[in-house]
Design a protein around this ligand. Structure first.
Ligand code: R5P
Length: 279
């Protein structure tokens, strides 16, 4: 049975349509801005679904309050599905005195939840901070299904080496080739960026990554692919965090931009709901 937090409202209709049973919950704010939560159903096990996009902190507090309310009502096993996990990029101390923010949030959720499911976590190693069972869920299948016909016998690329595993996972769904971009310094002032070990000339390309923020990475990758004579260029990304103007920047540089609905955006064309129902 699912409990839908305010970061999961955009997924609720499809979850219901596809047969997900929902426990009703009252969610509102007190006049001073504090959150109010009241769980209306009862049971033994529940899966709380809420993505932590902006305003992130409110949604995190709400997850804690829902967890507390469910325990208060006697629920024995709680799972949290947090499709986009806020603070996931703050995974190390870069200046003395900073927190490992992703650790702080995972530990706090661990007070109430036995299991935590996150889609395409920025650094999957950080799941070690969650005291219970932590799972990094791959969106590869739903991204591949969306682009299958458009891509034809094209190739899948990651914008950097760190994202190569994502490209491999999506490419495997199609049985297609994959590679990643690599930067090579050719002179003190010149950097060459090109896909390693693969020829893109005349081929449709799908570029995959975990996050688009400013869109700079994707625009750069698309410009290089155009120069190299690629066919159609598609971008399929998990989390559309999109800074101001990023959707327009990326859309203008490629043939199609589609992200999943871990965050609701105008280009969230790929649904993760089927994957949530498989967990
Ligand atoms: C970086 O490690 C991430 O995987 C993304 O490549 C990055 O966040 C994209 O940022 P932007 O859209 O600002 O280039």
């Amino acid at each position: 049975m699912f409990v839908i937090g305010s970061g999961g409202k955009h997924l609720e209709g499809e979850l219901r349509e596809l047969g997900g049973e929902i426990i009703e919950v009252e969610l509102r704010k007190f006049p001073d801005g504090e959150k109010y939560v009241r769980v209306l159903g009862s049971g033994n096990e529940a899966t709380v679904v809420s993505s932590t996009f902006a305003p992130q902190d409110e949604k995190i507090v709400e997850l804690l309050l829902i967890g507390d309310a469910l325990r208060e009502k006697g629920f024995k096993k709680l799972r949290a599905v947090v499709p986009y996990f806020a603070y996931s990029r703050q995974d190390r101390v870069t200046k003395e005195g900073e927190p490992v923010s992703v650790r702080a949030i995972m530990k706090a959720l661990g007070i109430y939840y036995d299991e935590l499911y996150i889609f395409d976590l920025h650094n999957p190693e950080t799941l070690k901070y969650f005291p219970g069972k932590g799972v990094n869920v791959s969106p590869a299948r739903v991204i591949a299904d969306y682009f299958r016909e458009k891509l034809g016998d094209g190739i899948v690329l990651a914008p950097d080496k760190g994202a190569r595993e994502r490209a491999r996972a999506v490419a495997q769904e199609f049985g297609l080739e994959y590679s990643h971009f690599e930067k090579r310094r050719i002179s003190p002032t010149e950097v060459e960026m090109r896909p390693v070990d693969i020829d893109v000339k005349g081929k449709n390309v799908l570029i995959v990554d975990d996050i688009i923020s400013t869109g700079g990475t994707m625009v750069k990758a698309a410009q290089i692919l155009r120069k190299l004579g690629a066919g159609k260029i598609f971008v399929g990304v998990t989390h559309g965090v999109f800074a101001e103007g990023a959707i327009e920047r990326v859309s203008g540089a490629v043939d199609e931009l589609a992200v999943t609905n871990t965050i609701p955006t105008p280009v969230s064309k790929i649904s993760i709901v089927p994957e949530i129902l498989r967990l």
